[in-house]
Design a protein around this ligand. Structure first.
Ligand SMILES: Cc1ncc(C[n+]2csc(CCOP(=O)(O)OP(=O)(O)O)c2C)c(N)n1
Length: 311
């Protein structure tokens, strides 16, 4: 899909009405881009109703007595954004049935990876299994960023975080990233996709597709964190592009259980290019240390991309 300038402008303006300027995310952060692109794609005849988990989005957008949200937004706790909105969605449905509400609504959760793959997993699973009409958007910055870059279940293999610090003994996180897309897919929901805001056309296509379905849908969106990953704030787009051009963060969708890779780089770049674009893997590049570990990451990435292709 090729989104034209005029349409992009309209999406952006509408997104800004939903999530205004004056928020306090770090400069270069993709969270506002993600939120605005999603809200900007809500059909004009529908009103968005949002729930946010505790995390960077919440602490930067809801500093009392202000809010950056121009649409209905509820924050409850770190772990229960999915179940909170599930309750809200059912309340709206009941009032609609009684004829008290006429409008159409789109219910949307935004949550970080800690709030999704770890502490919020039970709430997410329940929401998916019960079949609520909700779009769940995971912005994945690979760690518990707002509390100081602690590892999450979504932190990738060998990344150095404040709770998996690389040093003489440790080479970073010993475990692989939790495969949240497979976990979500196991709930047999209508639509799930992995996206990257640096591939905006693809991201918009996935938002529109997701919102066209009734029932639960899920987007896993890459969110390179310049503060936590330690790269210049002007480089978020470049880091994000490298994640996908190296197949580290492939773009794919699962529609009605059918997998489709949406972007297959003609010649994938070596994963080393991505690993050296920020500091989560700086320890792998120290001369006395573990050059062979970069080859190991490459091996894993190649293997996972092959498995994805087979699916
Ligand atoms: C039950 C509970 N435990 C811990 C916290 C502290 N806490 C708030 S946000 C957060 C990390 C959020 O990480 P993530 O979901 O990845 O979002 P990000 O900060 O990266 O946006 C933590 C540990 C909390 N608010 N509630």
């Amino acid at each position: 899909m090729d989104v034209k300038g005029n349409e992009l402008q309209k999406i952006w303006e509408k997104g800004k009405e939903g999530f205004g300027p004056g928020h306090r995310t770090c400069s270069g952060c993709f969270i506002p881009t993600i939120v605005r692109t999603v809200l900007g794609n809500v059909p004009d005849d529908c009103e968005p109703v949002v729930s946010i988990a505790t995390g960077c989005l919440e602490v930067t957008s809801t500093i009392w007595p202000h809010t950056s949200f121009g649409v209905s937004c509820i924050h409850n706790a770190f772990e229960n954004s999915a179940s909170t909105l599930a309750g809200v969605e059912r309340a709206y449905a009941a009032r609609k049935k009684r004829g008290e509400l006429k409008k159409k609504y789109k219910f949307i959760v935004f949550a970080g990876d800690g709030g999704t793959v770890d502490i919020g997993l039970q709430a997410l699973s329940g929401m998916l299994e019960r079949g609520h009409d909700i779009l769940y958007v995971l912005y994945d910055n690979a760690a518990y960023s707002n509390t100081g870059m602690q590892r999450s279940g979504s932190t990738p293999y060998l990344a150095s975080t404040t709770t998996t610090p690389a040093g003489l003994e440790s080479t970073g996180k010993a475990q692989k990233r939790k495969d949240i897309m497979s976990i979500v897919a196991a709930h047999n929901i209508p639509y799930a996709a992995q996206a990257n805001p640096a591939y905006l056309d693809d991201f918009i296509y996935k938002i529109k597709k997701a919102l066209s379905y009734e029932g639960p849908k899920f987007l896993s969106v890459l969110m390179p964190c310049n503060y936590g990953w330690k790269f210049p704030s002007s480089k978020t787009y470049d880091v994000a592009r490298l994640a996908t051009e190296t197949n580290f963060w492939p773009l794919y969708e699962i529609e009605g259980g059918k997998y489709k890779i949406n972007y297959n780089p003609k010649k994938a770049l070596p994963v080393e290019e991505y690993l050296k674009s920020h500091k989560l893997y700086a320890h792998l590049f120290k001369p006395e240390l573990r050059k062979n570990l970069i080859a190991k990451v490459q091996e894993e990435v190649d293997k996972e991309f092959k498995v994805l292709g087979k699916k």
